[in-house]
Design a protein around this ligand. Structure first.
Ligand code: B12
Length: 348
């Protein structure tokens, strides 16, 4: 009988982490605590996950977005219960329309694209448009390029449209936020051209009552320092999408002075241990829905010590902090930054 190709164990822990959005550290903790997932082991001891396990891990990750106990989510996923639809997940019809929007943009049919966009967003609040339409659309446009399903110019045309729409939401929110609580510099580090996360951060800040001074992507650190010296922001928010040279990036951020720094973004998924080693306090996500709260705390600490740095774990998105998370967050203190952690080994 032919072996079932799906049962072939071939996903490394790093690959599973990328696919599921669950950090390598958390995967190991689940395995130790709950006996799930169950990877096979190579002779070297490295874990390899069969596709069915990867599927279950993705299901558990989706269930976790709705709150509740991890043990229960694992038991339900293993028993084959259908996962509840995650609250911030785009419904299938919308995701079909999002794909249609990108197809249209890639055909350079701007007029139809506007009609579809209008249709998709009518009646939605700005945060919903950003979360449920623009974030998945940006992701799909980028993923199509990575899959070689479109050319660079087609990806650009779609991405630029989506980023313009996101920027327009930031503009609207800024106009409505007439007496901001304080100014926050938002930027993306030199070498990193991913702008979507920083725009999302700007939008979240404006909606939470802070003024975002959005400086865009690919910015040298010395220029950021000039901005701090000139505008005296209450904090500096950084979006990290690329993990390449991440230690160097943390070191560069460490050199900034004059305002507390907070970093977030996709590349932190597996580097919270390194962030701690580099002097950052690490708090759990979800990042964007809690950004106002994090910032209040950070600005309070910054008044006593403006060398304060915090890294916000991106692992779960979409929901406000539950009580335990809120408690953990309020207990977070600068000494945490010194705790060593070895989460950065992506191989086993
Ligand atoms: C679109 C995209 C691009 C576009 C970027 C267009 C642009 N102008 O922004 C293009 C095609 C140019 C691109 C290029 C590359 N990309 Co790219 N890209 C993506 C993609 C598909 C989506 C990113 C995005 O816009 N998401 C939407 C935004 C809104 O979401 P987000 O950034 O995750 O932010 C959310 C949270 O993280 C949070 N957040 C973000 N920042 C912050 C900050 C704070 C303080 C807080 C609180 C929260 C927060 O807010 C957002 C909402 O929840 C991702 C894959 C993915 N699935 O995410 C890869 C991805 C980021 N890219 C990747 C790579 C490797 C590259 C390239 C190196 C590819 C190549 N070989 O050329 C180049 C690098 C170019 C460069 N120098 O930067 C990798 C990065 C892997 C890593 N960790 O290092 C990813 C993860 C793809 C992958 N799975 O491997 N990319």
């Amino acid at each position: 009988m032919k072996a079932d190709p799906l049962s072939k164990a071939h996903y490394s822990i790093a690959a599973v982490s990328k696919l599921s959005g669950v950090s390598c550290h958390t995967l190991r903790v689940w395995e130790r605590r709950y006996g799930f997932p169950v990877p096979e082991r190579l002779e070297s001891g490295h874990r390899r996950y069969p596709a069915q396990q990867v599927d279950l891990i993705c299901q558990v990750a989706r269930r976790c977005q709705c709150g509740g106990s991890i043990a229960q989510h694992i038991a339900e996923a293993r028993a084959g219960h259908p996962p509840p639809p995650p609250i911030d997940q785009t419904p299938p019809v919308t995701s079909q329309r999002t794909s249609e929007l990108i197809d249209t943009l890639q055909r350079a049919d701007a007029r139809t694209a506007e009609v579809i966009y209008e249709h998709l967003t009518t009646g939605l609040a700005p945060a919903e448009i950003a979360n449920a339409i623009l974030t998945p659309a940006l992701t799909e446009a980028g993923e199509r390029l990575f899959r070689n399903d479109c050319s660079i110019v087609e990806e650009r045309l779609a991405t630029m449209f989506l980023l313009r729409k996101l920027a327009a939401l930031v503009d609207d929110a800024q106009r409505a936020n007439s007496s901001p609580l304080g100014r926050v510099i938002v930027f993306v580090m030199q070498g990193d051209r991913h702008e979507g996360g920083a725009l999302m951060l700007s939008l979240a800040l404006e909606l939470a009552g802070w003024r975002s001074l959005f400086l865009g992507a690919d910015l040298p650190i010395r220029e950021v320092q000039r901005g701090i010296d000139r505008w005296k922001p209450v904090a500096v928010g950084v979006s990290l999408s690329l993990s390449r040279n991440i230690r160097k990036r943390f070191d560069e951020l460490e050199s900034l002075h004059g305002a507390p720094i907070f970093v977030g973004g996709r590349s932190l998924l597996n580097y919270q241990g390194l962030a701690r080693q580099c002097g950052f306090g690490v708090v759990r996500g979800p990042a964007i829905p809690n950004v106002g709260r994090y910032l209040e705390e950070l600005v309070g600490r910054g008044r006593q010590n403006n060398h304060c740095r915090v890294c916000i774990a991106p692992e779960t998105t979409g929901h406000p902090l539950d009580d335990t998370q809120a408690e953990e967050f309020s207990e977070w203190h600068t000494n945490d930054a010194m705790k060593p952690d070895s989460q950065t080994d992506l191989t086993s």
